[in-house]
Design a protein around this ligand. Structure first.
Ligand code: PAZ
Length: 320
């Protein structure tokens, strides 16, 4: 087999972004997960989810964060599993997580009670309050099935450096399963960073006056991912804008530049109910109606259904 090409981004990643100490261990885990599931006839999707954090000091007190709750990634993970995929969930520490995402707004202590009521002196068995968590049994059952079948491999990141190195490791790990791998890059990733060599070690002092930051452009990781690290995979990026008038143009430009398979384009305020899936040949608007919202349909179900179909067609074309 031909050796993978070394891109200039590889050098930049190694020099300017601190390499997480566990990256090789995680890569092996991801490669084993991918080959186990591919051998069992499953497709594998790597989902990125949540926002990256860019530290301003190496002993970090302050950082810049990219906005993302992680809901898109976490709910998509559930729909991919329901569609027969195994999921590597590369997510920001403490962002929304599949299955538990449904209970995040609930105070854990409000969801528990003493069996037999809260009479003074009753410190007996603690049970779940079914009124606060009416669907807990159903979700717990599904969560346990998924755990038992080892269909979900969670990997955490915090900083931009961790994200970039772990994504590269994931791409290399999944390259062994060729077109059965999908990349679903929903994380909100910083475009700017301060190289490790230029970062102050200690907390920036306000006594030195107003802070002026000069940040470099983050290398475009999609380029080596598509060309060098996982060239046979089915790759989807996400494009978030706040100005709807530039969204589709930006999505098309991304496809022209990186030559991957699809961009899911969304606007911050309407992202829960409207996205456009843009491919080199097509443009599909996915919209939730009022009726859908009443029935608690989530837009991620539609996105995943659209993309799993496209992935199947992609695999068929590769084989033919
Ligand atoms: O995580 P969330 O559900 O709050 O938001 C999802 C999203 C807007 C971060 C995602 O759909 C997306 O567009 N990600 C790419 C962001 C970007 O262009 O940097």
């Amino acid at each position: 087999m031909a050796e993978p090409r070394i891109s200039s981004i590889d050098g930049k990643l190694a020099e300017e972004f601190a390499v997480p100490s566990h990256v090789e261990e995680v890569k092996e885990k991801m490669a084993a997960f991918a080959s186990f599931h591919a051998e069992a006839g499953r497709k594998v999707v790597l989902i990125t989810s949540g926002g990256t954090k860019v530290p301003l000091e190496s002993r970090t007190v302050r950082f810049l964060d990219n906005f993302s709750s992680g809901r898109r990634g976490a709910s998509s993970a559930e729909y991919f599993i329901d569609s027969g995929y195994a999921v590597i969930f590369l997510h920001r520490h403490r962002s929304l997580y599949p299955y538990t995402r449904m209970f995040l707004t609930i105070n854990m202590l409000d969801a528990l009670e003493f069996q037999g009521g809260g009479a003074p002196g009753n410190t007996g068995e603690v049970v779940v309050n079914q009124q606060v968590l009416p669907n807990i049994a159903k979700v717990l059952k599904r969560y346990e099935e998924v755990k038992e079948s080892r269909l979900l491999l969670p990997i955490e990141f915090n900083t931009l450096s961790e994200y970039l190195h772990l994504l590269k490791a994931a791409a290399q790990a999944l390259s062994t399963i060729g077109s059965k791998a999908m990349f679903y890059l929903a994380a909100a990733v910083s475009d700017f960073y301060i190289p490790a060599s230029e970062m102050p070690e200690h907390k920036i002092q306000s006594s030195n006056g107003p802070l002026q930051l000069s940040m470099k452009m983050v290398p475009k990781i999609l380029s080596p991912l598509v060309k060098d690290w996982a060239p046979q995979a089915f790759v989807i990026s996400f494009k978030l804008e706040t100005d709807a008038s530039i969204l589709l143009d930006k999505a098309r430009r991304a496809l022209d530049t990186y030559r991957h398979q699809a961009v899911v384009a969304n606007v911050l305020d309407s992202r829960r109910g409207y996205v456009v899936v843009v491919t080199p040949e097509t443009q599909a608007e996915l919209i939730l109606t009022e009726e859908d919202v009443k029935n608690e349909v989530e837009i991620e179900e539609r996105i995943v259904s659209n993309l799993t179909l496209a992935h199947d067609n992609f695999i068929t074309q590769q084989v033919a």
